[in-house]
Design a protein around this ligand. Structure first.
Ligand code: ZN
Length: 472
């Protein structure tokens, strides 16, 4: 059954009122706790499949430990919580109904201590305890989440789904819940921080860093033609200077259990030492519109100005009215020609060779074509789908250049495809971020990134003798 259908069936089963754990009042349009958990569990499988779980058991265990301690001090201490670090370069965290909480590995380098990690997790626990995620799920955005997950997963996008992809820009679940709910989650998160022995002001520190990161990344994303990596719509819904935010954080300080709150800077840094920064080599790396996958040994060049989105299952590029997607056909033994005609039907079929490998292209409708290329026993599929025939005509030369650019990686590409990692460094007197930036693989924006990663944005310098995060 398609995920979207399951979601609709679950929505149809919703009924009546339930008591809100935070307000104690009766909420309308809510589901029972067991329905909520079942919905979370169902979607959890999709989230894990879509993003991939980050392969670092000690880090997963650490994040879970921090999260479980906060959850025990929340308004729903008896709910079973699950904390998962997703293998995504996005800077984000989100919660599904029923206690399923996710944090991306992409956000972790921007946090400076365990208390800041706890602030992000506490905020998400707040969304669960106040049942924002349930309310969100019952809203119309459910359809959007379903479409997005289905279309990335199903390796075979058909033409309709392909056209839908053009319209899908992201799900509301990942982009926050609106100002009121965000403030409530900040308030609840601050309370849970205070009750667990952290300083609730970590909430303000995190929001301030992530807001800087958001502004910086929006500008970089524009330069690099990719989607910005931002924490659920922070800028719009979460001004850190907001007096109401200061107020709720200050109030929660009265709940503080310890006069010496835990910061946990070194323990946190040790856990993120060596984690992947930016694109993951296991999911492929994008540099200058070129996609490179070390594990598969392949590379291809997307059109320069198109926006590239990479996920565990496929990589896609779009110009707003057409999409190019590269995926792998699992266990496919047929020839490229046989595969294309049996999957897409009849059309104009032509054979070609791409850096010595046999391939075929089939134009199977007035707005779609597909190429299949066999390399090292695997069959790679590149689809180009446009919203309408006119858009297809415009995009077709770029789509076919991309298809022909598919090749086995050369040694330089192999090196680039290894990806980047966070590494700790003890600073010496005279060290500056500009000095580190000169040797950084992050390129011309390196100093800005390094300052953001070390809470020194926009013009701070390292304190001699302190551990800082570098990217290597
Ligand atoms: Zn939130």
């Amino acid at each position: 059954m398609k995920p979207i259908l399951i979601l609709f069936l679950m929505l149809a089963a919703l009924s009546g009122c339930a008591t809100n754990p935070v307000s104690g009042r009766q909420d309308f349009v809510m589901m029972s706790e067991s329905d909520e958990i079942a919905m979370g569990r169902q979607s959890d499988m999709q989230v894990r499949k879509q993003y991939g779980v980050y392969d670092d058991p000690p880090l997963q265990a650490y994040v879970d430990r921090v999260g479980q301690r906060l959850a025990k001090n929340s308004h729903r201490p008896n709910l079973e919580y699950h904390f998962t670090v997703l293998d995504s370069p996005e800077v984000n965290a989100f919660a599904l109904p029923g206690g399923y909480i996710y944090i991306t590995r992409g956000i972790l380098p921007y946090l400076g201590s365990e208390s800041e990690l706890a602030a992000v997790l506490g905020h998400e626990i707040g969304h669960v305890t106040a049942r924002h995620s349930v309310k969100q799920y019952t809203a119309a955005t459910t359809a959007n989440i379903g479409i997005q997950i289905a279309s990335i997963f199903v390796p075979e996008i058909n033409t309709q789904a392909g056209a839908d992809l053009v319209n899908v820009t992201g799900s509301a679940l990942l982009s926050g819940y609106g100002r009121e709910h965000e403030l409530e989650a900040d308030k609840l998160g601050s309370e849970y921080l205070a009750r667990t022995g952290y300083d609730p002001h970590a909430m303000i520190a995190v929001l301030s860093t992530l807001k800087d990161q958001e502004a910086f990344d929006i500008a970089r994303a524009k330069e690099e033609h990719r989607e910005p990596r931002i924490y659920h719509g922070l800028f719009a819904s979460h001004p850190d200077s907001d007096t109401r935010l200061q107020q709720v954080v200050n109030e929660s300080q009265n709940l503080q259990v310890s006069p010496h709150p835990l910061e946990g800077r070194m323990i946190y840094l040790e856990h993120i030492d060596g984690i992947v920064f930016g694109d993951s080599p296991s999911q492929g790396v994008v540099r200058n519109s070129e996609f490179m996958h070390a594990g598969l040994g392949i590379a291809l060049k997307f059109p320069q100005s198109w926006t590239i989105k990479n996920s565990a299952k496929a990589v896609q590029a779009t110009n707003g009215e057409a999409v190019i997607q590269l995926s792998l056909a699992e266990n496919e033994k047929r020839s490229p020609e046989d595969y294309l005609t049996s999957r897409f039907g009849n059309g104009a079929l032509s054979s070609f060779r791409s850096s010595g490998y046999a391939g075929a292209i089939l134009v199977y409708s007035s707005r779609a074509e597909a190429a299949a290329i066999r390399m090292n026993g695997k069959l790679f599929v590149i689809m180009g789908v446009a919203a309408n025939p006119a858009a297809f005509q415009n995009a077709q030369p770029a789509i076919e250049r991309t298809m022909h650019s598919f090749h086995a990686m050369n040694p330089l590409e192999r090196k680039l495809a290894q990806g980047l990692k966070i590494s700790l460094r003890r600073t010496a007197p005279g060290d500056t971020f500009e000095k580190y930036a000169a040797h950084s693989p992050l390129g011309k924006n390196a100093a800005g990134y390094l300052r953001l990663l070390n809470h020194a944005y926009p013009d701070g310098e390292p304190v001699p003798g302190e551990e800082i995060k570098l990217v290597e």
